[in-house]
Every structure is written in C-alpha cells, then in structure tokens.
Design a protein around this ligand. Structure first.
Ligand code: GDP
Ligand code: GDP
Length: 436
C-alpha cells in the first residue's frame, strides 16, 4: 500500500522549509550512520492523527539557473505531478503577489485538492490579514505560523480529508514488487527491457494516481512480478526532470512501493559518489537489495575482474554487505538469467519468519562462543530473543539492561543469525529491550 503524498508549494521565503521541518519533526532513520550519505530533506514521512503520509518540500528542488517565476512554476508542476494534496503557502504579511496568482492559476487548473495556508500570522491580532486571500479562488485560507507552530493542526485536518481512499489496491498482493534505481545512463531502461524480454508480460498499466510511473506485471517461472519503472517514465522536457533532487524524489517514491530494490551500477564507469548516495537511500528504506553491475560486456578478462569489482563494491558500500552482486549486460543479455533468482531469494528472505525456539538456540550458541562483554563492571544478560516483524526481519533481544548492548555485540549477533538462517539480500534489525 502506498502512502498519500502531500506537497508544499509557494514562493521563496514564505516559510515552506520551516513548515516542512515542523511537520516532519525528528525522524529517526534506520541507519545510524551511513558514510557519504547526506540526507536531502525534501521528502520525508510525516504523521497526523494516525495518518502516515509523505511530504515534499518543492522549494528544495533547486532550479537556480532559471528565472524566479520559472522556478516557482516548475515547483508547482512537481506538486501537481507528485502529490495527492497540495498545501499552497503564502506570506500573510505581503499580500497576494503576481507569483502567488500564477501558482493559484496552475493549481486551480490541475483539479488537485489544494489547502491554502497563510503563513506568518503570528498572533490573533493579525487574523484580519486573512480575508484578502479568498480572492485566490482556492477556498478558505487557513492562518498559520510556522515559527510558532500555530494553526498547523487545522491545515492538516483539512489536508487529510482529501487523502485518496483507494491506496491499498493491487499493491497488497503476493507479487514481488521491484524497482531499479541508479544514476542516469547506467542502463535502467535497457535492463527493464531485457528482463521483460525474458518473461511473459501480462499487462502494462498506469499505477494508481501517479500518471507517469509505469508499472509492468509479468510472470516468470510461475512467479508474478511487478516492475515499478521510474526509468521508463516519459520525458516531457520539463526543466525539473533533469535535476538530481527530482530524480532522488522519484527514486524514493519507487523504493517505497518496492519489496526489492535493484541498485544498478555501470561497469564501464565504475562506482562514483552519486552511486553511493543512491545505494544509501535504498539501504535506509529497509527494503531487500540486489546490486546489479550492468554493461559487463564492456569489461575484458572477466574472471578476476569480477572478483576485483565485487571487492570494490564491498569496500565502498560497506552498509550493503548483505546485498548480493550480479554482473550482467542488458545490451547483450549475457548473464541476465542470474538476476531474477537473486531477486526472488532476496524477497523471500525479506519476508522470512524464523522459529522462536531455533532462534533462541542460535543465540544461546552465540553466547557460549562469545560471552557478552562487561561494560563498567556490569554484564549484559540475554534472556530471550524473538522476531517481532518481517520486511525487514526485526528481532528483539530481551536483556537485563539495554544500555549494556554494544554495537559490536549486536553486529556479532546479527552475523550469527545471518549464518544460521541465511538472510542474503535483506537488512535485518536487532533491538535490545529491557525485560521487566
Ligand atoms: P521557504 O523559502 O519558503 O522555504 O521559507 P523558509 O522556511 O526558509 O522561511 C523564510 C523565512 O521566514 C525564515 O527567516 C523564517 O524564519 C521565516 N518564517 C517562517 N515561518 C514564519 C512565521 O510563521 N512567522 C514569521 N514571522 N516568520 C516566519
Ligand atoms: P538509464 O538512463 O539508466 O535508463 O540508461 P539507459 O537504459 O537509457 O542506457 C544508457 C546507455 O547505456 C544507452 O546508450 C544504452 O544503450 C547503454 N547500455 C545499457 N545497457 C548496456 C549494456 O549492458 N552494455 C553496454 N555496452 N551499453 C549499455
């Protein structure tokens, strides 16, 4: 099931990022510290009264080479394109400007639900400023103050009213959903075609309400798959479509709907910083991952090159140590048959549930082999371990005192659990909890 998406639009300096940060709050990512990954905070999960949704700060998509009015227009287009509900933010202290009017026009024509929020109404005496905004023709203006956190509840109450109700459609089936991510030109589209060339394509349809994410269902060896194709999206020549932030946004949206994420790398060009960043997003999502080294046809004396390339990947993507690596060529389709078995395996491991008694035997054996260390004279006692979730597999270790769980010991337990149960392709999470 996908989450509703809300986008904030408005001119620079009306307070978009202030509001975004307030609504997103302090989100804790599942990765404590991924080297080389700086989170571009323009897309994040947010929550209001049990509604979990994703929020986009369109102001963060930098189009700085363009004239201001073009930037504002393009950002509004992104909101219309990507969001289910749009929060249109204006500055209550400046009145309606020509740019506000232009955005209002675009939003009006789009037929997307819009909630008009008038920011910088920092106190009650300023409420009178609100009335002129009815003239934008977008219904009732809501007074808010980003810096003081006033009025946001009313805006969110109004926003969630417009959330689509049919988000759980076909996505809750037993097909394996996967997407391909990677920087431009690594061969994602070619790979999609190569994969589909191998299988029987059932339908090719437009997914949900996002007009340009083309999902394709196909069947291979009695298994059903859905490719969530960000690569195949139509290029309409909009300015924003070539910006890095926008492609990251698209990738994050695709990752979220996937069970397995294929991180595609170009063998010819090797690994660059942008690949690491993209891989970092995949890892943070908690999805199953397969690393695909494409364009392997361009590499000679392949046997030892493969080993070298894999070593390089392991070195550079240390946080993805669980992800299998496949080498193939989308162009010649050489070795392409090695891909789907890894996708299936990763997906199965991602959803795997292990037996509690066997799990506890494994942990006991681990303890016997490597007793828990003492920290400040205190020894951690492990009482019981249980798997509390799948996708990704998540384990809770009940201990006498969680503060005594050192990350190296946690890593040790993770390795033992991986060895015992084979979780290739999926991250696993381990949490220590106090046994009361
Ligand atoms: P953005 O360009 O639309 O993302 O705007 P920012 O969030 O960066 O805010 C622009 C400026 O407006 C900053 O100096 C904020 O501190 C200020 N600001 C944001 N919200 C409010 C508000 O509710 N009241 C007042 N007085 N200032 C605000
Ligand atoms: P995308 O931007 O990631 O979707 O990449 P494309 O699928 O559009 O491919 C980018 C370029 O790489 C095109 O010129 C492809 O023909 C080429 N390409 C894709 N896969 C391979 C491959 O396996 N080997 C070689 N030599 N070229 C490839």
């Amino acid at each position: 099931m996908r989450k509703s998406v809300v986008a904030i639009v408005g001119r620079p300096n009306v307070g978009k990022s202030t509001i975004f940060n307030r609504l997103v709050g302090e989100r804790i990512s599942i990765v404590e510290d991924v080297p080389g990954v700086t989170r571009d905070r323009i897309y994040s999960e947010a929550e209001w009264l049990n509604h979990h949704f994703n929020l986009i700060d369109t102001g963060g998509i930098d189009l700085s080479d363009e004239p201001l009015i073009v930037q504002i227009r393009e950002q509004a287009e992104i909101a219309i394109q990507e969001a289910d509900v749009i929060i249109f933010l204006v500055n209550g202290r400046e009145g309606i400007t020509a740019a506000d009017e232009e955005v209002a026009q675009l939003l009006y024509k789009s037929n997307k639900p819009v909630v008009l929020a008038v920011n910088k109404i920092d106190n009650y005496e300023m409420q009178d400023l609100l009335y002129e905004y009815y003239a934008l023709g977008l219904g009732q203006p809501f007074p808010i103050s980003g810096t003081h956190g006033l009025g946001l509840g009313d805006v969110l109450d109004e926003t969630v009213k417009y959330f689509p109700t049919d988000l759980s459609t076909e996505d809750d089936d037993d097909r394996i959903h996967f997407s391909l991510i990677g920087r431009p030109n690594v061969g994602k589209s070619s790979l999609v075609n190569a994969i589909l060339g191998e299988g029987r394509v059932i339908v090719s349809d437009l997914a949900g309400t996002t007009k340009d994410a083309i999902d394709t269902d196909f069947n291979r060896d009695e298994r059903d798959f859905k490719i969530i194709d960000t690569a195949g999206m139509r290029k309409r020549g909009k300015v924003y479509e070539n910006t890095e932030k926008y492609s990251v946004l698209r990738a994050l949206k695709a990752i979220e709907r996937s069970d397995v994420v294929l991180v595609v790398i170009d063998a010819e060009e090797g690994i660059i910083e942008q690949d690491k960043k993209i891989a970092g997003y995949a890892h943070e999502s908690g999805k199953a991952i397969v690393i695909v080294v494409n364009k392997w046809d361009t590499v000679d004396s392949k046997q030892d090159r493969m080993k070298k390339f894999e070593d390089d990947i392991r070195q550079q993507f240390q946080f993805l140590s669980y992800a299998p690596v496949v080498f193939l060529s989308a162009k010649t389709t050489k070795r392409i048959h090695t891909l789907m078995p890894k996708v299936i395996e990763a997906s199965e491991n991602h959803a795997k549930r292990v037996k509690t008694n066997v799990l506890n035997e494994v942990v006991e054996d681990a303890l016997a082999m490597n007793p828990t260390p003492s920290i400040k004279g205190q020894k951690m006692k492990i009482l019981y371990t249980t798997q509390v979730a799948t996708k990704p597999p998540t384990f809770v270790v009940f201990v006498n005192d969680p503060s005594l769980m050192h990350f190296t010991y946690e890593r040790f337990l993770e390795n033992r659990i991986r060895e015992a149960f084979g979780f290739e392709g999926t991250p696993i999470k381990i949490r220590a909890r106090q046994r009361s």
